[in-house]
Design a binder for this molecule. Structure first.
Ligand code: COA
Length: 206
């Protein structure tokens, strides 16, 4: 049975976050990253090996440069949305989408999970959360750029509709957004949380 089939929405919700039970029975919580919030970014980055950082950022990165940190924390709930997963009160992973400037119904997605939490289904639930918000916000297409060795990411992206092709030595993933089936998060709770912030609007997840 796959991670996603085993991970399932959990009925328990704390204020401002939603809980999800991972395939091994552990609880994770998910919440939107706040604008300008950098501590979880740094914590997740610190929990990633050099190889994992290279897969995420496609370059060697011993530390997160300030301009990149500013860019990664510049979320606004619509153009740029990021969600944080926490396990036992520790930041464990982040996923995001950013709309393309010239084509706002297409969004670039990216995600990372601290090394010691790999394989528990965290990227799956994070990707489910951000693609749920993306779909509700009118994003219709997703894309990403991957290192050719990044099998888990390629697999995950294919599940949300982005197929890959090799371009100049990198994998370009692109396709019409479809939500993960079956859902691994409580999508109503995700949309409610996405609406709670300053960017309050009614979202339609269809
Ligand atoms: C890619 C990454 C986010 C996956 O995180 P994760 O929490 O371990 O992923 P999950 O447990 O949700 O597993 C996702 C899928 O990948 C598969 N997978 C996980 N590790 C794998 C591996 N080493 N080899 C092959 N498949 C793997 C899982 O089986 C799962 O597939 P399923 O849905 O059929 O069960 C994590 O490895 C990471 O942070 N890598 C470095 C950063 C990165 O590559 N980011 C993506 C670039 S945008």
């Amino acid at each position: 049975m796959s991670h996603l089939q085993q991970a399932r929405p959990d009925a328990r919700h704390e204020e401002g976050r939603t809980a999800v039970r991972l395939r091994d029975g552990a609880l994770a919580t998910l919440r939107p990253l706040e604008r300008g919030e950098t501590a979880p970014l740094l914590a997740v980055f610190a929990g990633m090996s050099a190889d994992a950082r290279a897969l995420r950022y496609l370059t060697g990165l011993p530390r997160l440069p300030q301009p990149m940190m500013s860019m990664l924390s510049d979320v606004d709930g619509d153009r740029h949305v990021a969600w944080l997963a926490t396990v036992e009160d520790e930041p464990a992973g982040i996923a995001r989408y950013v709309r393309l400037p010239g084509c706002p119904t297409t969004a670039e997605v990216a995600f990372e999970v601290v090394d010691h939490q790999h394989g528990r289904g965290l990227a799956t639930v994070l990707l489910d959360a951000v693609t749920t918000v993306a779909a509700a916000r009118g994003v219709r297409r997703v894309r990403a750029t991957l290192h050719p060795s990044n099998t888990p990411s390629k697999h995950l992206l294919a599940r949300v509709g982005a197929d890959t092709r090799l371009v100049d030595g990198l994998l370009e993933a692109d396709g019409p957004l479809r939500l993960l089936e079956p859902p691994s998060v409580d999508r109503s709770a995700v949309v409610r949380l996405a609406c709670r912030r300053s960017w309050d609007v009614t979202l339609d997840i269809g």
